[in-house]
Design a protein around this ligand. Structure first.
Ligand code: SAH
Length: 250
């Protein structure tokens, strides 16, 4: 029998055209695919083996994560080709590291197939470059929802860098995050954008100012999954074909 093996595969942000060639090969060859919630239905349609939906929308309960580990280990030990399919990139806010640890501890070989992370491909879908030498020499990818009992990002320190902030899982806490960034001295009229369900059929976005960000999210009814982009680059969003108008900074 082959050595038990699991591929941790990044599915990218949505559109299957954005899968890597390696991701597509792994998905098609898998006997069993354990897929997260956020995977686009068009990507799931590529699965030929058994498809197990193991997502846990919004939840962070560790038993669920342990259940996923146990299931991967069981399937791999049974000699099945196992793909653990995750939205975006498995190592960007995807608990990929935890899953690799659990598999290695169980003596199971694991490979990581990188995917396009939504925090870069999402803004790009609406014309926002996360770095631009005329506007921002770097980008910080950060979670707005560190999870129960985990340390909140030091928003003041992040604000001081002057780099683009791309905030994952930030919609529900946008008011809090915005307040922290403003208190740290970021300009009220600094451009900010929300990109929702990027590269899916439901893609929408809005461009506004930092001070208006929470109100804009409410006004436009934008929901998770969304990225918040804070920084001058947000103003570079393409205007043509927008579902939501561009609000000029004051
Ligand atoms: N590993 C994923 C991130 C998982 S965390 C990646 O690399 O993209 C889940 C968060 O990612 C969501 O709350 C949202 O902030 C973001 N996200 C994932 N897919 C998205 C999409 N298609 N459009 C916008 N945001 C997305």
């Amino acid at each position: 029998m082959n050595t038990p093996f699991v591929s941790l595969v990044g599915a990218g942000p949505g559109d299957p055209d954005l899968l890597t060639v390696r991701a597509l090969k792994r998905i098609e060859a898998a006997d069993v695919v354990l897929a997260d919630d956020l995977i686009d239905p068009r990507v799931l349609a590529l699965v030929r083996g058994r498809l197990l939906r193991v997502g846990k929308r919004g939840g962070c309960i560790s038993t669920d994560q342990h259940f996923i580990h146990a299931l991967m280990i069981k399937e791999a030990r049974a000699g099945h080709r196992v793909v653990r399919l995750k939205g975006g990139d498995p190592f960007v806010f995807g608990r990929g590291g935890e899953e690799v640890d659990a598999l290695r501890e169980a003596g199971i070989e694991v490979e990581v197939v990188s995917g396009l992370t939504s925090g870069i491909a999402g803004p790009a879908a609406v014309g926002i470059p996360v770095t631009d030498r005329r506007a921002s020499p770097g980008v910080i990818l950060v979670t707005g929802h560190p999870g129960e009992g985990r340390t909140e990002p030091d928003w003041a320190a992040l604000a001081r860098t002057g780099l683009t902030l791309v905030i994952y899982m930030g919609v529900a806490r946008a008011a809090h995050i915005t307040a922290q960034l403003l208190a740290a001295g970021l300009r009220a009229d600094l451009p900010a954008a929300i990109v929702s369900a990027a590269h899916t059929a439901q893609q929408r976005h809005a461009v506004t100012t930092l001070a208006d960000l929470p109100a804009c999210i409410a006004r436009e009814g934008l929901k998770s999954p969304s990225l918040l982009v804070v920084g001058e680059v947000a103003a570079m969003a393409a205007i043509e074909g927008l579902s939501v108008g561009v609000q000029q900074s004051a």
